[in-house]
Design a protein around this ligand. Structure first.
Ligand code: SF4
Length: 482
């Protein structure tokens, strides 16, 4: 239930549906009956946060507990932020409309570095001191998880607890521990000292870090019994790991508006720029039977007519054929589309294409990442131009007319020749369509090229490589467009 002053400002902002809550499958509880109130904060807009699978999993996982009410919080867009500041409205949970300042846990997911300023802004909009040391009470406890936590240092002064690794198990352990310490009326410090003993919890305030003159780390001294080395948490068995039976269905269009089925974690490849490929090791598959069952339950509870089989590299899933066979038994008759993002070019099998002939042909996405063989070898992306073109040929013969190619600019050792290679390769894919006698009759092809800029990531072989300057990236982008 939104406070009346919020309702008034909703008329003044773009896309008020971002701020109302009340969507199908959102969870409403009686706040008097729960011990822990948890604000799950996505530090970006509603449309982006509502597309994020990790948030859906952890929201449902926390709400599956009778003692906890988890609500969603997104970064307000600038117009809403202005109105909130002007009317003195603090950042609130979408389910209750209550200010998150009074919650027990404020949890951020850190998916990309560009959202760090949003984290600070959201804390400020909540009416809380942004620095951890200035928040003296036990609650709200500010925690953060997600891939960026593998380099937690930039946000360490602002976050009470980081959760490196996968959140499913450690979230429950953290809630249990906080509940116990709330009951005991522990101080924040007493709680943090106890929390640091849990595997997968990093308490930055319990480490004294000194630096050399060049800002490299000189020494890290753990304090008050904190472990010397914090180990990330990994879920070992995906079949028995929590997965939601429903997703909140948004009122407005979001980036990924469909059922998302996670089919495995990790990646068998080792592309040198790719943080996900390194930090989500080892590879763990979910069984086809469980995935099929979860997809059916999610389609039934949401009404979605599209399922995305999601992972880092979907065609590396060893049970893809039996899975598609099981799914087509019911998706075909219910007119539900199956989409396969994150396909590798070198192992996209013809048989798989045939399996998909019964479903609507959504676009295919491939990621050659670099335009020339030299640069693909340098980044350890072991695919050749021939493989790109032969897969495109197979896809066009199989009826596809839309292909998305993902590349990066600014990779280490890149030259303008490599940049030109992106345009050349895309053109060759287009040519492959028109010279293919089996191409879909009377259709034209759509090949879109998406080019993002390389960011050196921690825990990858390229972590110490420099990043291109803005000027150089703009120059390369212009050259590519020309
Ligand atoms: S870029 Fe893709 S294929 Fe390469 S390691 Fe990362 S997830 Fe795996």
């Amino acid at each position: 239930m939104l406070p009346s002053n919020v309702e008034k400002i909703l008329r003044l902002v773009e896309k008020p549906g971002r701020y109302t809550g009340g969507e199908l499958n959102s969870v409403i509880k009686d706040k008097k009956t729960v011990d822990i109130r948890y604000a799950f904060c996505f530090p970006d807009t509603y449309e982006i946060g509502m597309s994020h699978l990790g948030m859906k999993i952890l929201y449902s996982l926390a709400n599956a507990r009778n003692d906890t009410w988890c609500e969603r919080v997104f970064a307000p867009w600038k117009d809403m932020e202005e109105q909130m500041k002007c009317k003195g409205i603090l950042l609130y949970g979408l389910e209750s409309g209550d200010s998150i300042k009074d919650f027990d846990i404020i949890g951020f997911t850190l998916q990309y570095e560009m959202c760090y300023t949003n984290v600070l802004n959201m804390l400020d909009l909540s009416g809380l001191p942004v620095r951890s040391e200035n928040r003296k009470a036990l609650t709200p406890l500010v925690i953060a998880g997600g891939p960026c936590v593998c380099n937690a240092a930039p946000l360490a002064p602002f976050i009470d607890i980081f959760l490196p690794g996968e959140g499913e198990e450690v979230t429950n352990e953290l809630i249990d521990l906080l509940k116990e310490h709330k009951k005991k009326c522990s101080t924040k410090e007493e709680f943090l000292i106890a929390a640091a003993q849990v595997k997968g919890i990093y308490v930055p305030s319990l480490y004294d870090v000194s630096y050399n003159e060049d800002f490299t780390i000189k020494k890290i001294v753990p304090l008050k019994g904190a472990p010397e080395r914090v180990e990330k948490r990994i879920v070992s068995d995906l079949d028995n790991c929590f997965y939601p039976e429903n997703f909140v269905v948004p009122f407005l269009e979001v980036v990924h508006d469909r059922v998302t089925a996670e089919i495995f974690r990790g990646c068998i490849r080792g592309c040198r720029f790719c943080q996900a490929g390194f930090i989500y090791r080892p590879i763990r598959e979910k069984s086809a039977k469980i995935i099929n069952k979860q997809c059916k339950a999610l389609c039934d509870s949401t009404g979605y007519d599209e399922i995305s089989l999601c992972s880092l590299s979907t065609s590396d899933y060893t049970q893809l054929k039996p899975l598609l066979g099981d799914m087509l038994e019911w998706t075909d008759s219910e007119k539900i589309n199956i989409s396969l993002p994150s396909l590798r070019i070198d192992n996209f099998p013809r048989g798989l294409m045939e399996k998909l002939t019964g479903v609507r042909r959504s676009g295919l996405t491939f990621a050659p990442e670099a335009g020339t063989q030299r640069l693909r070898d340098a980044i350890n992306k072991n695919i050749t131009e021939q493989e790109v073109l032969s897969t495109a040929r197979k896809a066009f013969s199989g009826g596809w007319i839309s292909v998305k190619l993902y590349f990066m600019l600014g990779l280490p050792t890149e030259t303008m020749e490599d940049v030109e290679g992106i345009a050349d390769l895309a053109q060759k894919v287009v040519d492959e369509f028109y010279k293919n006698p089996d191409k879909p009759k009377g259709k034209t092809v759509s090949v879109s090229v998406s080019v993002s800029s390389f960011v050196p990531k921690p825990f990858t072989p390229f972590q110490c490589e420099p990043q291109d300057s803005t000027e150089l990236l703009l120059k390369k982008q212009k050259h590519l467009r020309d």
